[in-house]
Ligand binder design. Sequence first.
Ligand SMILES: [Zn+2]
Length: 272
Amino acid sequence: MADGVARWGRRAVLRRAALLGGGAALGVAGTTQTAWIADRRLPLGGGPASATLGSRYQQVGGGVEVVWGVHTGAPLVALTFDDGPQPHWTPMVLDTLAEHRVPATFFLVGERARRHAALVRDRLAGHEVGNHSWAHHDLARMDARTAYDDLRRSHEAITAATGTAPRLLRPPWGHLGGAVLHAAARLDYRLVLWTLQMVEGEYPHDPAGHARRIVADVRPGTILLGHDVGPERRLVALRGLPDMISGLRARGYTFVTVSDLLRRAAVPGAAR
Ligand SMILES: [Zn+2]
């Protein structure tokens, strides 16, 4: 009887290993590994963590670069705005940037770009656009095929709305999985995160104080994250934008788009 239980137990372990898609349960060490995997529900093939698609030849391009900022001695800063376009604040941000002749990079949500194309059409000269997903869902929870479909759809909507095909991708919340890397490589994107972000919650009703804080925190090569969409508290950063611009210029900073920042840093001696 004891023998029978032991045999049944071993068969169950093997069956579980087969369900998980691997033969790793063979032997004592293998059983331990299977338990580790099962506890965390990590899929062995596919799923959001996987940066591979099946076993056939993969058309993924050469690779993908992930950028947070740039190492440079030159006082360059890239201002970025996520989640637009929406009627509430996007026109105001564009007006402020135009008034001060500041280029910025807008990471657009594809579905919003399609719905509010009139807000950005003919207003993005000198600016750059990037892809911020189709509907601001968490790409890091999608498998490679779904993430690709999401980004492709957004890519097409942004291209149609702005007349420019985005070359940069910023995943919502900066969430990255292997599947996002795979999809980004297929679309030949550079992945752009950020080095510094607005801290609106720390400066309620104090646009000037918030602007001073950001001006003090920027370093050469900073990619600065802001939003032109969101809850009312975020207005503090947008109301302080003129102060932020003049404060950074007073420190000798030049505003550039993200691609311009990366280009200048890539030329030896040009931005160091
Ligand atoms: Zn976002």
